[in-house]
Design a protein around this ligand. Sequence first.
Ligand SMILES: [Zn+2]
Length: 165
Amino acid sequence: MSVNSEIQAANQAYAESWTKGQLPLPPARNVAILTCMDARILPASVFGLKEGDAHVIRNAGGRAPDALRSLVISQQLLGTDTIIVAQHTDCGMLTFENKDIHAVIHKNLGADATHIDFLPFPNLEQNVRDDVSFLRNHPLIPKSIKIYGYVFEVATGRLIAVNEE
Ligand SMILES: [Zn+2]
């Protein structure tokens, strides 16, 4: 069975008991959570979410510059007033530099991607601070928005608060 067939089968069963179709569009808990696409992070479980609660924005690393468009929409059109930035230990983004992925792309695809910053980072906690600070200081993020930074510890399942300096 291909993964696509498995997903279709799982969704068929899911849809049979789906009852949340009438929930309102804006997130009930007024929060946008920015986290990594890492397969080990299941946001509903890590953050205690149910349907309708929150926006969850995911990308490689849970990087703020890459999520700005979604965060602005979340705040300006859908009423969220809090951002949780949760990056994590053992993140793939800690394992390469731009020059490495540029070389892989050139080798595999014959393409020049040197104009693209893939936003890898060498220091996890510092990167959470930097992304929180990027958002705090961004002209499109109002000062009234509450922003919290966390490291999700893959080994323990815990969210560790990263205090801004
Ligand atoms: Zn990651």
